[in-house]
Design a protein around this ligand. Structure first.
Ligand code: FNR
Length: 196
């Protein structure tokens, strides 16, 4: 994919909540719904990833659990990653941190390296999971992912944003989501996938 032709774009979406009725997942689904045509989103499952244990990741023994391998291949196939996360105790939920650790290892095979990323956070509280958003950004620096700086998107009051069909109620918020995804596509144009 050249910088001049960002679309079609294979977008991997990683949601930090495992809950069946997750409001974070609704945020992610509405972001994807507002993305420009040509953005092909795939939600990457993190619920089945065994906790990262370096002992299982020795290549010669080939003992990496199958879900780790599947997840790593899915990340490798993506042109960009959209992280959408809730906040647990002012940080990211453990399953999301685990997915990051799984994808980042072994250390010389970090599948996230060079993939453009964006981070959106949401909470029923007022602060929009700002703490989780920035804890996640700290990890993405180490993963060497060029992560969009602006616009930032911290979604507060998330329980009140959606109708019974899981769609955004407020048209202004819908436009904000669309604008965010437009900017993210533009970001992937300026920082195209560049595995190191
Ligand atoms: C939370 N929640 C929460 N919210 C927040 O804004 N800041 C926080 O630090 C925390 N901490 C926290 C810890 C734990 C263990 C749980 C279970 C929950 C509340 C959280 O925002 C709420 O449960 C959201 O609904 C989670 O998002 P999903 O699962 O609906 O996507």
């Amino acid at each position: 994919m050249s910088p001049q032709t960002p679309l079609p774009l294979s977008l991997g979406v990683i949601v930090g909540s495992l809950r069946a009725t997750s409001v974070t997942r609704l945020i992610a689904e509405n972001l994807v719904a507002g993305a420009p045509a040509g953005v092909n989103a795939r939600f990457l499952d993190i619920a089945d990833l065994p906790l990262y244990n370096e002992d299982l990741d020795i290549e010669v023994a080939d003992t990496a659990p199958a879900p780790w391998t599947r997840f790593r291949e899915e990340v490798r196939a993506a042109d960009a990653i959209l992280f959408v996360t809730p906040e647990y105790n002012r940080s990211v939920p453990a399953p999301l941190k685990n997915a990051i650790d799984v994808g980042s290892a072994p250390h010389d095979q970090n599948v996230f390296a060079g993939l453009p990323a964006a981070v959106v956070s949401g909470s029923p509280g007022r602060m929009g999971a700002f703490g989780a958003n920035h804890h996640l950004r700290q990890s993405l620096v180490f993963l060497d992912m060029p992560t969009m700086q602006q616009p930032e998107l911290y979604i507060g009051g998330s329980y009140d944003l959606f109708d019974d069909n899981g769609r955004l109620i407020d048209p202004d918020m819908t436009r904000r989501f669309e604008a965010y995804m437009e900017r993210f596509v533009a970001w992937t144009t300026r920082h195209p996938k560049n595995p190191t």
